[in-house]
Design a protein. Structure first.
Length: 430
């Protein structure tokens, strides 16, 4: 009922109080999300007299008494009581009767709303009907959602810049590390980045063994001595070298081994996605001078961004997925899909954040245009919406659909979704 009142979606026709006086709504007021009447600062005309004040809404008029409003002076400012059932009259604390109207809702609106909201969670709640909406309503909403998601990611980058005292390279390093977790291990990678500051790595960025030793050591992934076979085996020799480097770096920088190393997830994961290979990728991007931190802000096209992450692993990790786990195929660190994910989650948000901080509108547009020119990701959410009749033509639209799914569909916030609102608004009227 609050939703119907807020958006003026009652059945058209003459509104009258329960005692027959004509009512004209001039201003419905604004929704109050705290204690007190439901809507503040409304303005209504009752039989030619203008009233300004608050609106209270109840399913049954008797809820006024059940909620204790009859003894609460905060409700003396109510100028209209909107109800679904007129089972009593209500008064202010001075005895004056408060005007009351029945909300003229479509009788089956509640059933239709429930049918949408409590639909199967495996599909969008409106999947069966979304194809009937004009495309303009969908495209406008997706544009807004895409910018909302990009702004949220940019806000995280700016927070990291602040936490690192204005150091953009440090913020990019942490953002990149998190993105290399590709969702499953994102938290663990961000934890690792907090355990191994960029400034420590940069002091030995020209020494691959030192960088890898510090990262794998703080990650808690270096196997114990003898765990990989004979002392002269390739696996054990490499692990032993990492152990030596890690011990040296810990002493040199006064780094404390973590009491609780990052919680890595590897169950039911393809070997090429193991965190070991992603950590080796992070190490390669840091050496020799973390060029990503400089070049990323100057990227202008998708091709330039892809070249930034075109990493070929060398040494042990060129032919291993994990310690003691030989790899087959190319030593290329990241596939095309993984690179797309890094552009979406690192390049665009960092450029957008920088543009916001320094009012660089050209860079802001560049970040958006880059996503708009890219092919969309291939994931279950995009496939779900495509099956429901919403095509996805770019990475920017893909981000919008993820935002829609995560923050509206999964939370069943159909009333706050422009698509859900449009569909329900169409259904309210008989």
């Amino acid at each position: 009922m609050q939703y119907v009142w807020q958006h003026g979606l009652w059945i058209p026709g003459d509104l009258r109080t329960v005692d027959g006086r004509r009512v004209s709504i001039i201003d419905r007021g604004w929704l109050n999300t705290d204690a007190g009447p439901d809507f503040f600062n409304a303005k209504i005309d009752i039989d030619g007299h203008i009233w300004a004040g608050n609106i209270e809404i109840h399913v049954s008029a008797s809820d006024w008494h059940r909620h204790g409003h009859d003894g609460d002076p905060a409700y003396d400012s109510v100028i209209l009581h909107v109800v679904g059932s007129d089972d009593c009259r209500v008064r202010r604390s001075n005895g004056e009767e408060i005007p009351q109207i029945l909300m003229p809702c479509a009788p089956d609106f509640s059933e239709r709303y429930n049918a949408m909201v409590f639909n199967s969670a495996r599909t969008p709640a409106c999947a069966a009907e979304i194809g009937s909406l004009p495309s303009i309503y969908i495209s406008d909403w997706l544009t807004a959602l895409a910018h909302t998601r990009l702004q949220r990611k940019a806000a995280k980058v700016r927070q990291l810049v602040d936490e690192n005292h204005g150091n953009w390279r440090a913020a990019i390093y942490i953002t990149l590390a998190r993105a290399l977790g590709f969702g499953v291990n994102s938290d663990a990678f961000e934890h690792l980045a907090s355990l191994v500051p960029l400034k420590s790595l940069m002091k030995h960025a020209d020494a691959p063994d030192a960088v890898e030793g510090l990262l794998f050591g703080q990650a808690g992934l270096i196997p114990e001595q003898g765990a990989l076979g004979a002392p002269d085996s390739v696996d054990e020799l490499y692990a032993a070298n990492l152990r030596r480097e890690y011990s040296f770096m810990v002493l040199k920088f006064g780094i404390k081994p973590p009491a609780s190393p990052p919680a890595w997830r590897m169950a039911r994961m393809r070997p090429q996605n193991f965190p070991h290979r992603r950590i080796a990728t992070l190490a390669s991007l840091i050496m020799p001078s973390f060029e990503v931190g400089y070049r990323l802000l100057n990227l202008r096209t998708e091709d330039e961004a892809r070249s930034l992450f075109d990493v070929t692993l060398k040494g042990y990790w060129s032919h291993h997925y994990a310690f003691g786990s030989p790899a087959s195929g190319s030593p290329r660190a990241l596939g095309d899909g993984a690179v797309s994910t890094l552009i979406i989650n690192v390049v665009a948000p960092v450029q957008y954040a920088y543009a916001e901080m320094y009012a660089d509108e050209a860079m802001r547009e560049r970040a958006v245009d880059m996503l708009d020119a890219m092919k969309p990701e291939s994931n279950s959410i995009i496939r779900m919406f495509t099956a429901a009749g919403i095509p996805c033509r770019s990475a920017l639209e893909g981000q919008a659909l993820i935002e829609l799914r995560r923050n509206y569909c999964e939370l069943r916030k159909c009333l706050y979704c422009r698509i859900g609102h449009r569909m329900l608004a169409m259904k309210i009227r008989p």
